[in-house]
Design a protein around this ligand. Structure first.
Ligand code: FAD
Length: 455
């Protein structure tokens, strides 16, 4: 419930509803600041009262980490920080953390037809999205959202406000690009925008495949991402109980698209698909599956369990173990789906960034997987978790550990603290811990899966 009393916005702690209704938590208090000074005052107040403090921007964390994934935090709701301005000479955009991806895309486009790389769902908040990665159908071409970031303004645990960039507090800037929730309350981001592509090709090819064939397609896609897949191509394999499809976006001409896609189509049985040419905003709307722009009181929720995987090159034996699970998955009658994105490879803008340039630890990843299982009515079943946990284990139990990670933007609360810290940040974790000690020595920005959280 949102109340306005004497021009102060009030959110009642008991009325806070996260995107994932499966994981409701109650903060001890909620602040809704509209200025940086008010954010500083809220942090000082929380520190003084010795409560843990969390930022909530769009509230879309899969583990309700915007509520810190546990009761009793001071929640700083950043919804009023939603301005977008673009400096026309440099193309630098200053974006408030409370904005939603769809509204931000529309504003950037309205300001000189500019764009920033980010994910597909328009309701996701930019605040939490960027600091975990920010992957979408332009990421192989223009990098993750965090790769487009040039600066951030951060309120620290001691309630001072600092700039983080490659020249100022560069260690903090390194840390927030992959693990930002553990270091402070970010109030705005500065992005280097690029010209929105005038035209793009969207495509979807339904595939009629047996279990053996789907594994072969998966290996074909891995080979494609690792070799000839052009940088202008973004593609995913969509799998659910009844349907498998190849879908994505190509930035380039129709003819260049045909040249790029033909070798794949030949190997997957020359399917007939839907191919359309359209402008930038229509491309975003196609994968938004709804309105691109949303009102301030946008209030959508789901009840679900989700997991992720990030894999380097997978062997034949690992692929066999993974796809042997498909018949089990098909027997689950809930509304689950699996997305396997072709994330990396030599032409991917994500993989071209040096592995140690940011705390995002998955530059070597070929495939990024999102497992999503939801119920439309009622509660998620207590025996539902093993479905995805067992499917993910077919990879974590069989693959060389150095080749497996997980994506914090699809935070999975069934991981222990230690597992989360390992899989989200891999060999960047110890540096993240050192930076944490310097900027948040008493660990007030803490959740069950954050940097520096004890086990
Ligand atoms: C329907 C849906 C679709 C999605 N699609 C994509 C996609 O295409 N690509 C992709 O990469 N991800 C996607 N995601 C995942 C999404 O990027 C993450 O859940 C992201 O963390 C959400 O950010 P938020 O601000 O909405 O969430 P919140 O719950 O508000 O925050 C998430 C985390 O970030 C922290 N945080 C938020 N704001 C700040 C801040 N200002 N300063 C410091 N810490 C902060 C929070 O404390 C919390 O730990 C999707 C999620 C959903 C629910």
């Amino acid at each position: 419930m949102l109340l306005t009393i004497n021009s102060y916005l009030l959110l009642l702690p008991a009325s806070i509803k996260p995107f994932n209704l499966r994981l409701p938590f109650t903060p001890v208090a909620v602040a809704v600041p509209s200025t940086v000074a008010q954010v500083q005052a809220a942090v000082a107040c929380g520190a003084h009262a010795k409560v843990l403090i969390t930022a909530n921007s769009g509230g879309h964390s899969y583990a309700s980490h915007g509520l810190r994934g546990e009761d009793g935090h001071l929640m700083i709701d950043m919804r009023l920080f939603n301005d977008v301005t673009v400096e026309s000479s440099s193309g630098i955009a200053v974006v408030g953390v409370g904005g939603r991806l769809g509204n931000i895309a529309q504003s950037l486009f309205n300001n000189g037809e500019r764009a920033v790389s980010h994910g597909t769902c328009p309701g996701v908040g930019i605040g939490g999205h960027v600091i975990g990665g920010g992957y979408g159908f332009s990421s192989r071409t223009h990098g993750l959202a965090l790769d487009n970031l040039v600066e951030a303004q951060v309120v620290l645990a001691n309630s001072t406000v600092v700039t983080a960039s490659v020249t100022e507090n560069s260690d903090l800037f390194w840390a927030i690009r992959g693990a930002g929730a553990s270091y402070g309350i970010i109030t705005n981001y500065k992005f280097q925008t690029y010209p929105a592509p005038a035209q793009s090709i969207t495509f979807q090819y339904p595939l009629n495949l047996s279990q053996k064939e789907v594994k072969a397609v998966y290996m074909t896609l891995q080979h494609y991402a690792s070799t000839t897949m052009p940088g202008g191509m973004s593609m995913r394999l969509f799998v659910n109980a009844d349907f498998i499809a190849l879908m994505g976006v190509f930035y380039g001409t129709k003819q260049a698209f045909q040249t790029a896609i033909q070798p794949i189509l030949r190997k997957v049985g020359n399917p007939t698909g839907e191919v359309s040419q359209m402008g930038y905003l229509d491309t975003l709307s196609t994968f938004a599956y709804g309105n691109l722009t949303l009102p301030l009181d946008y209030d959508v929720h789901e009840t679900f369990f989700s997991k992720s995987l990030m894999t380097a090159a997978v062997t034949d034996a690992v692929a066999d173990a993974f796809w042997a699970y498909l018949p089990v998955a098909k027997s689950v009658k809930r509304e689950w789906f699996l997305l396997i994105d072709l994330h990396g490879g030599p032409s991917s803008a994500i993989s071209k960034v040096p592995a140690n340039a940011t705390s995002y630890a998955h530059r070597h990843t070929i495939f990024k997987y999102e497992f999503y299982d939801r119920v439309t009515n009622g509660t998620y079943p207590s025996d539902g978790f093993s479905f995805f946990n067992d499917w993910v284990a077919t990879i974590t139990n069989t693959m060389n550990p150095s080749g497996v990670g997980m994506y914090i933007n699809y935070a999975d609360p069934t991981l222990t603290t230690e597992e989360a810290q390992h899989y989200y940040w891999l060999d960047h974790y110890s540096r993240l811990e050192d930076i944490k000690k310097a900027y948040d020595p008493t660990n007030i920005f803490s959740n069950p899966q954050s940097v520096g959280r004890g086990n």
